[in-house]
Design a protein around this ligand. Structure first.
Ligand code: 1GP
Length: 228
């Protein structure tokens, strides 16, 4: 339906956070390649549906990044399914996903589903890191997960997640050198044009989240920085 190979920039909207219609309009019209709807906690069906129906007024592709079963609804272009590779608990790698397939396996449209191998590099005190019971990988370990994503699991996406903190471009570059079929997604702390430019040299797709809520004007500029 869409050619994801060409996507370079996406915005991530959190259904649990407040956003004005004005900013939402600007995000939808920004020229970004897609909008991901997703968050860590307090993601409800109500919140997801509200965002979906608003964004649907525009032609931008919209993806649900599944955070819990209760908030899944039809109507998105794609569904991204996180698998946390550096979680210490297999619940976040495969069990939650398995539960969903046990319940909905017969009605899932597999064409719309894409697995994301997450490597969560946030500081250990961060919410998402704790929530998914991660252990912080060294650089070599993060690279090894990328190699597994590419060669063993043949995942469509490997997601280097620094949410809330700008990551290490050298590591993102080293990871990108290991990937050819698996697309590299980078997300975390991008709030300026130059950060967007820097990370998109190495990542196939960059994700801008928090900046939309903290400084929407700067966040909007990240689109042009990447899509020249
Ligand atoms: C969060 O990777 C995304 O899942 C984006 O991170 O919110 O820090 O931009 P930020």
């Amino acid at each position: 339906m869409y050619n994801m190979d060409e996507w370079k920039h996406v915005f991530k909207l959190d259904p649990a956070k407040d956003i004005s219609d004005e900013v939402l309009d600007q995000i939808c019209e920004s020229g970004t390649d897609a909008i991901i709807v997703g968050g860590t906690d307090e993601v409800t069906l109500d919140g997801v549906l509200q965002l979906l129906s608003y964004i649907r007024r525009y032609s931008v592709p919209v993806i649900l990044e599944i955070s819990n079963l209760e908030s899944v609804t039809p109507g998105f272009d794609y569904y991204f399914v996180p698998m946390v590779l550096n979680s210490q608990n297999k619940k976040w790698l495969v069990d939650k996903q398995h539960e969903a397939v046990v319940e909905y396996g017969d009605v899932i449209n597999w064409e719309e589903m894409y697995a994301e191998g997450y490597c969560i590099m946030n500081p250990p005190e961060s919410k998402v890191f704790q929530h998914t019971d991660c252990s912080l990988p060294t650089e070599d370990e993060a690279i090894a997960y990328a190699r597994m994503a590419e060669h063993l699991f043949r995942l469509p996406f490997y997601y280097v997640e620094y949410s809330g903190k700008y990551g290490d471009p050298n590591l993102v570059e080293a990871i990108s050198n290991q990937l050819s079929n698996t697309k590299l997604i980078y997300g975390g702390g991008i709030s300026t044009k130059s950060q967007a430019e820097e990370m998109s040299q190495f990542a196939d797709m960059i994700v801008v989240g928090n900046a939309i809520y903290e400084n929407p004007k700067e966040a909007l500029k990240t689109v042009k920085a990447v899509k020249k």
